[in-house]
Ligand binder design. Sequence first.
Ligand SMILES: *Cc1c(COP(=O)(O)O)cnc(C)c1O
Length: 377
Amino acid sequence: MEFRDLKRQYNVLKPHIDYAMQEVLASGRFIMGQQVEELEEKLAQYVGAKHCITCANGTDALVLALKVLGIGEGDVVFVPDFTFYASAEAVSAVGAVPVFVDVDKHTFNIDTKDLKLKIQFVKQIKTYTPKAIMAVDLFGLPAPYSELTAIARANNLYIVEDGAQGFGGSIGNKMSCSFGDIATTSFFPAKPLGCYGDGGALFTNNDEWADMSKSLRMHGKGANKYDNVRVGTNSRLDTLQAAILLVKLNAFANGELQAVNQVAEAYNSGMPAEVKIPFIPSGYTSSWAQYTITLPAEELRNQLQEYLKQQDIPSVVYYPKPLSMQPVYKQLPISVGKCTVADMLSKTVLSLPMHPYLTAEEVEYIIETVQNFFKQE
Ligand SMILES: *Cc1c(COP(=O)(O)O)cnc(C)c1O
């Protein structure tokens, strides 16, 4: 069994994907072919944002977003302690300082109470300027945007939405990647919407920021490619990847997102009482980038993972180490100490196989195996 079975997806979509790729090969337009713009229009429409600007990967999307907002040296960005490293790495890459915020033990997303404390703390130090909140939609669940928006307004902060895992999630009738002042996503193959290599995108309603993102991703271009008005970078989405994503976006919106929600529902109703299932607040939906359970203790989590492995069921610990405990962040200029919930989660979470092409039999087998683990305890 595979943790995320991309081969099975390809087998289903093969005729469409092969055709789309051949069209690109025949066109000879491998960089910024028409599929790129077509995809950007479709993505913006799906998400409900005015602009979508694709780029080379989700990490670049975050770096571009921070640059567009003018964030750099002397600035602070508040980052949840429990996320993929790139959420903080992008902040460091532009020269700003990440200040880690604990997460909510139920949603795994940024804890707004701790966020308020950390903002006050940084304001008191005075040496750094708080500039933005990096709101991560972890495992597919949107961050608490109504609270975050109120906090951002009260403290004059931008919200950068890291929707690398959130694409497809929603709050009410608003989709992920439409919540931040600027939002980003990733098309890394294993993300909710993935391509066949690296890819990413930014979303914003701000015309000026959209123009600047387009300039930055193409060597700081002005009127054209050979008119260079700022230091940018080379970060474009390949036409081939855009063509693949056009097929995959269609499948995502017309079945796959529903299918992962069905898998999650089956898991939820089958998990034994010893296991804490993912919590989805009322009005929210997840795109299930991960289906992550929490065990009562670290040893039990590790034993369950080993037991599953023996029964040919892959599982992964996302994430084994909070960001504040990573070697790279040993020497931060602003040290805020341990985030206790992030630390606890890193020891007790386990993500189970999750993708739209899991069969009912496979899901049943996984549930039964987890149940059997607790019976033999
Ligand atoms: C995957 C991921 C990224 C980075 O995306 P890449 O396309 O791999 O660069 C950033 N943030 C989060 C939360 C992610 O999961």
